[in-house]
Design a protein around this ligand. Structure first.
Ligand SMILES: CSC[C@@H](O)[C@@H](O)C(=O)COP(=O)(O)O
Length: 371
């Protein structure tokens, strides 16, 4: 998507052909800063510290982390260690494991001497595939927005509520939940997005609002607890969120607070859609509430909040009572029964085993094998 009118991806190989460029998302929305990564450790730090974040982008970054590791040492041991280091960076997004497995499958059979060039080729292909999958999710999602608009007699605007950031910043390009929004907006549909601020790290207020603004999509930032009120008053036509891991039966892990939005949506008859590329499906799990690992992050994300002073200086301030213990859960799981539909690159399906298998029939034979 465009930044300052320039088409931009969230990750790329620099002109030297080896180092990896990213946008430092911890600096947004106050500064648009690019960072050059040259080592495995730098990539692991970028994922852990959330300079790059969002399930698909975490996977893409990890793929390039393998490339940078192989530059130093392409042995079997080095490949295994890089895999292990990167896999440990964040636990919930399954795209991380998926991308690392893809890299291992490609590289393991090769001799160490042949690995490096192939690693860069596979990582680049993985990024291009992500862009194509998301574009396709967008195409399948647009009719849902058109239907929402038709339901209100094509009057006014189409109000979409989203949580966290599942836009292009969370992927290589286009985004998942926001891909239909961008395509609909570009096609001239009157889309407006309610953007949950998404405490504690404010991915909605800082990232989603920023990227929608860059693309000229009308939007309004709301505090995290506003969605239910808006739904009660007919101000939300549909919700679309992303996911970090979706189980084989359609349970959905996403940023903390997503579950409460789904409950409010069901109570108010508002369609609740989840957009995901197939690498986000964990075919090995069924019960998401029981089995998806939920990341708990440093409590300072909750005790402190950062923002820009009138002087332009960006500072972090303490918002909790000194000494109050905090718990910082990063994700929650929305059970499939609360999800109206899953928007994938192959189409929209019910959030159920049968729904997913109808779009991914090849999985009928391999489910339960962990492949
Ligand atoms: C296409 S992104 C889907 C999810 O990864 C997104 O909604 C989300 O929860 C991101 O969490 P984050 O902690 O910012 O990595």
């Amino acid at each position: 998507m465009k930044v300052h009118e320039q088409p931009t991806r969230t990750i790329w190989v620099e002109a030297d052909g080896t180092s990896v460029g990213i946008i430092d998302q911890t600096r947004l929305p106050h500064a648009f800063v690019k960072v050059r990564l040259t080592t495995l450790e730098a990539v692991a730090h970028a994922i852990r510290s959330m300079q790059v974040r969002g399930a698909p982008l975490i996977g893409a970054a990890a793929a390039y982390g393998i490339c940078l590791a192989l530059r130093e040492n392409a042995s079997d041991e080095a490949l295994a260690r890089a895999h292990e280091v990167l896999l440990a960076t964040r636990p919930t997004a399954i795209n991380l494991r998926w991308a690392l497995e893809e890299m291992r499958r490609t590289l393991q059979p090769l001799s160490p001497a042949g690995r490096l060039a192939e690693a860069y080729r596979r990582a680049a292909a993985l990024c291009d595939e992500d862009v194509a999958l998301n574009r396709s999710i967008g195409s399948h999602g647009v009719p849902l927005l058109e239907a929402a608009w038709a339901r209100k007699g094509k009057q006014g605007r189409i109000n979409v509520l989203t949580h966290c950031n599942a836009g292009w910043l969370a992927t290589v390009d286009w985004g998942t939940a926001l891909a239909p929004v961008y395509l609909a907006h570009d096609a001239g549909l009157p889309v407006h997005v309610w953007v949950d601020e998404t405490r504690p790290r404010n991915q909605g207020a800082s990232l989603t609002a920023w990227e929608l603004g860059q693309h000229g999509v009308p939007h309004t930032v709301i505090a995290d607890n506003v969605g239910g009120h808006l739904m009660q008053h007919g101000e939300v036509d549909l919700c679309i969120v992303g996911t970090d891991r979706t189980t084989a039966r359609g349970d959905v892990a996403n940023k903390i607070g997503t579950y409460l939005k789904a409950l409010a949506a069901q109570d108010n008859g508002v369609p609740f859609y989840v957009a995901l590329p197939s690498p986000t499906i964990d075919w090995t799990l069924e019960d998401g509430v029981r089995d998806i690992p939920i990341e708990q992050r440093d409590g300072t994300e909750l005790t402190h909040i950062s923002g820009r002073l009138a002087s332009g200086e960006v500072v972090s301030v303490h918002v909790t009572a000194p000494g109050s213990p905090v718990a910082n859960y990063g994700f929650d799981v929305t059970p499939a029964r609360l999800v109206t539909g899953l928007i994938t690159e192959r189409g929209v399906c019910a959030a159920s085993s049968e729904g997913l298998l109808s779009l991914f029939p090849e999985r009928r034979t391999v489910r339960g094998t962990g492949t």
